[in-house]
Design a protein around this ligand. Structure first.
Ligand code: 3SL
Length: 248
């Protein structure tokens, strides 16, 4: 266990809007968009996708499509017309995507990735890769920020609960400290939700939004921990799997 002085920081930023207040201090930024961008990204890598290019705008997505890439695009929870797929994790489990490089643009998640990338090493976080990600983070000896993508710059519960789980785990190793109230609040939300995350989020805004679009199967998948034990990290403009083995 590290002494008080040598412990690294683990903090939580509730939304991309607040990110400028945090961005100078962290070497690793865990971008979280549980419903559904980062869960879809983990599903893609778990299915053998070679790399994934996250882009912020539909124009960028179109440019890649013209170059022959398979491109997913989502806005307001729906597939953007003319693209190969949207943001459902199930779209990224198809055998034909194995070994491919795909492109994705989503309402909040891919924007957060691009906002974070100038400030530190971007790592993808979701409930679906929780255990393996926590273990890997605990071995990095770096200051870590969990950036919750939220919804259009607003706070959301599911990303905060995931960030709280990571915070709780890292603080419990004895090698990390949290000082911000946002991190403490995230941790307490996780502790209240952890025995039934699906039930806890029943009335949450994005769960309702996706339920109205008949996306219940996606909700269940995204809120179930450890279905996709992979660690995607950003290398230049591409997400790729971390090279090292992580044993739980
Ligand atoms: O905002 C995002 O990046 C998406 O994950 C939103 S949705 O779940 O596809 O509606």
């Amino acid at each position: 266990m590290n002494t008080k002085e040598t412990r690294k920081k683990i903090e939580v930023c509730f939304s991309p809007y607040l990110f400028p207040l945090f961005k100078e201090e962290f070497e690793i930024i865990v971008v979280i968009d549980v419903l559904r961008a980062t869960s879809a990204i983990c599903a893609a890598f778990n299915n053998g996708v070679e790399s994934l290019i996250p882009v912020s705008t539909i124009d960028e997505a179109l440019e890649y499509q013209k170059k022959g890439y398979l491109v997913g695009a989502e806005r307001q929870g729906k597939i953007v017309e003319g693209f190969d797929f949207g943001n459902s994790p199930y779209s990224y489990m198809k055998p034909e995507l194995k070994g491919k490089s795909v492109v994705l643009s989503t309402t909040n998640g891919t924007k957060s990735i691009n906002i974070a990338k100038e400030s530190g090493q971007v790592v993808i976080g979701a409930l679906s890769n929780l255990d393996v990600l926590q273990k890997w983070l605990s071995e990095q000896d770096k200051n870590i920020l969990c950036l919750c993508s939220g919804w259009q710059n607003k706070f959301n519960l599911e990303d905060t609960i995931c960030a709280g789980a990571i915070t709780d785990y890292l603080v419990n190793t004895g090698n990390f400290r949290s000082e911000e109230d946002s991190s403490i609040a995230a941790k307490y939300l996780f502790l209240s939700a952890k025995d039934n995350i699906l039930g806890y989020l029943k009335a949450s805004s994005h769960r309702r939004r996706l339920k109205n679009l008949n996306l219940n199967e996606d909700i269940k998948y995204c809120l179930t921990p450890n279905l996709a034990p992979v660690i995607p990290v950003l290398n230049g403009d591409k997400l790729e799997l971390v090279k090292e083995e992580v044993s739980l």
